[in-house]
Ligand binder design. Structure first.
Ligand code: TXA
Ligand code: MG
Length: 308
């Protein structure tokens, strides 16, 4: 890792500029979370509606405690999963210095302590919390490589830190810890059962009981239509495959995991969707993906992409 790059990126952030940074989930479009102006640039660059609150990245639980109220549940969850691919929605403390825009008007804020060494180095060098949604234009799939960011946002950011391919490949699990029990707002690689091992009452929010703006069905949308659970391929379709048994015919295909490994599939998901979207003329046929473990998060993303 180039320490000079980290220093330049940290200086850019402190000056209120946008910096794209790698995390273990997806690339983030980062800005100084203490500055409404800097945060506004994120919405501008993404073309994202203002009501969508952003995740704030911090170095540690201790750092988070300066801005949000940490209860016993949050302490346990942090001890188990931070640093890592998990975001907690927590109540803002009175006088919280975080941008109000970052919470999109809510009295809570989504906080994550990322594990990626470059993200950690940047947080340490910048000495400020970093607001960062996924570094894609609104409604597009999340970037898992620096080149994805360059394609979509290259001319809108001061700098892109290249940390290679994202290990997890899908966005962090978002869990609301503002109430009596933890409620999962967005599934991710930290699953409901993993959280239940720490806090047994943990449950999954449905769109009817809880409205997280990021749960909008249109959030993950390629340009071409997706046809889910495809068991055969129609004329002109490109194919997002899974497993070793592919449908007959000749077609363009990307295979999420020839060995049916859900972790590998998650890591490949956005890059392959993006690639297929780029060469599709008709639509993208998606083979069935088992709905357990990481498959829940993958199917959640695909469902949203299909409901664009
Ligand atoms: O893995 C990730 O989480 C990536 C990397 C860059 O950290 N970030 C990311 O951020 O996916 P974004 O902004 O694309 O997604 C934020 C999610 C949305 O579903 C949003 O609605 C939810 O978190 N969220 C943020 N603040 C919230 C709040 N105060 N209450 C409820 N949901 C919130
Ligand atoms: Mg996003």
């Amino acid at each position: 890792m180039e320490t000079s790059d980290i220093k330049i990126a940290a200086a850019c952030l402190r000056e209120g500029k946008l910096v794209a940074l790698p995390t273990e989930t997806v690339y983030g479009l980062g800005a100084n979370a203490l500055s409404d102006d800097a945060v506004a640039k994120i919405f501008e660059a993404k073309g994202r509606p203002h009501f969508n609150p952003l995740i704030v990245h911090m170095r540690s639980l201790d750092d988070a405690a300066q801005y949000v109220r940490i209860n016993g549940m949050a302490e346990k969850i942090a001890a188990a999963f931070w640093p890592g691919p998990l975001t907690m929605v927590l109540p803002r403390l009175p006088g919280c210095k975080l941008s109000l825009l970052v919470s999109a008007g809510l009295d809570s804020v989504a906080v994550r302590v990322p594990k990626h060494p470059m993200a950690q180095a940047l947080l340490a060098q910048a000495q400020i919390p970093i607001a960062a949604p996924s570094a894609n234009r609104s409604g597009k799939v999340s970037p898992t490589q620096a080149t994805h960011v360059r394609e979509e946002l290259g001319n809108r950011v001061a700098m892109i830190l290249d940390g290679g391919n994202c290990e997890v490949g899908i966005e962090s699990t978002v869990v609301d810890v503002t109430g009596d029990i933890p409620v999962i707002l967005r599934p991710g690689s930290i699953t409901e059962s993993m959280l239940q091992e720490i806090i047994p009452q943990t449950t999954s929010g449905t769109s009817t009981t809880y409205k997280s703006p990021g749960m909008l069905l249109s959030h993950y949308a390629p340009d071409h239509p997706l046809r889910l659970n495809a068991k055969d391929i129609r004329e002109g379709e490109v194919v997002l495959a899974f497993g070793s048994q592919l449908p007959k015919g000749s077609y363009t295909v990307e295979n999420l995991s020839p060995t049916s490994d859900l972790r590998e599939a998650a890591a490949n998901l956005f890059a392959m969707l993006r690639k297929l979207d780029g060469c599709a003329s008709k639509g993208i046929a998606v083979m069935p993906i088992p709905d357990g473990g990481l498959g829940v998060a993958i199917n959640d993303r695909l469902q949203r992409a299909a409901n664009r």
